[in-house]
Ligand binder design. Sequence first.
Ligand SMILES: Nc1ncnc2c1ncn2[C@@H]1O[C@H](COP(=O)(O)OP(=O)(O)OP(=O)(O)O)[C@@H](O)[C@H]1O
Ligand SMILES: [Mg+2]
Length: 368
Amino acid sequence: MLLENLSLLFFKNYDEASLSFSPHINCFIGDNGSGKTNLLDAIHYLSLTKSAFNSSDAQNIKQGEEYFMVKGRFVVEGEKHTVLCSLKQGQKKTVTHNKVLYEKMSEHIGRFPVVLISPYDTDLIREGSEERRKYFDSLISQLNHTYLEQLIQYNYILKQRNSLLKQFAERHYFDKDYLHILNEQLVPFGQQLAQERAAFLETFVPVFQKHYRHISDSSETVTLTYKSQLLGTSFEQQLLQAERKDLALQRTTVGPHKDDFVFLMDGNPVKNFGSQGQQKSYVIALKLAHFEVMAERQHHKPLLLLDDIFDRLDEKRITKLMQMVAAHTFGQIFLTDTHLDRTDKILSGLSESIRRFEVKEGKVSLIG
Ligand SMILES: Nc1ncnc2c1ncn2[C@@H]1O[C@H](COP(=O)(O)OP(=O)(O)OP(=O)(O)O)[C@@H](O)[C@H]1O
Ligand SMILES: [Mg+2]
């Protein structure tokens, strides 16, 4: 899969930009704050209909402007696909594929996969369980459309159940039957999500461990486990047991929305026991495994977005990564760096066609 070109209008710090890419390696070079990561984020938008960094779509409209637009042409097995995302202030975001509007954004998810390796990846280790659930939910959703549909349904019923619990408290009544009807609807989706997550990790963990061994060259054993209240016990029973607590707290306190993915190194939490370098290796291995399982299941390689990777990794790890590039492990690559000479030096041994772009204060130009 390739991204042939990208055009932007009023996206973040860009007025407009129009770029044509190399099928192999594309480098965005510029000073801090010039707009390099914003270009990767625009590509992320085309793939996942949202920013990798801002949870609010409106934040991506250039300050003082009314709308943004991001457009790109993908080529998949010789067929061209034009994807256009746009958002007007105060209106609903729209995404079209070959000029046809998606009725549901979820139909787009997983069609044009990207994997982003970014300085924020270590947040997955440091932040709370929500970050990790979001990450794995997004990954599994891109591989499995049924999972995404189940997740949407689960969240919809969960929201209804939570507002009902709130209503009971505010209006001082309790309609047990209504609550139990929602339980009945929630239970199958909840159980399916938990099973899918556990099954996903079974195939994912060995791939992740292989990448960790390769990238870190060290002997510690890493793993990640799925911590769920639902595995082995009935979700329905759990909901009944938690009913009093749920009524008191006015929200649903059990279910897959409470699960966690636990990151371990030699049996200890990576968050507390991993050095900074080990934590970086951990998340890079996670993303490389992410890339591999996606490439395998979807029969085409995701785009790889490498944000500031040369700045953050030591020489040994960069060499490992470049060995993978040289071995054609990846397809099309987009990377950012502040130093052209460093980028040129690191990429100098590769035979791939490389296109370099200079990014300066929200303007981007091809330098060769
Ligand atoms: N909605 C917006 N309107 C205008 N400017 C924005 C908007 N969103 C982000 N920016 C600007 O974009 C700039 C950051 O761009 P970006 O993160 O792409 O920089 P970068 O080149 O990756 O820098 P670094 O090397 O520090 O990572 C910031 O100056 C920020 O203020
Ligand atoms: Mg950046």
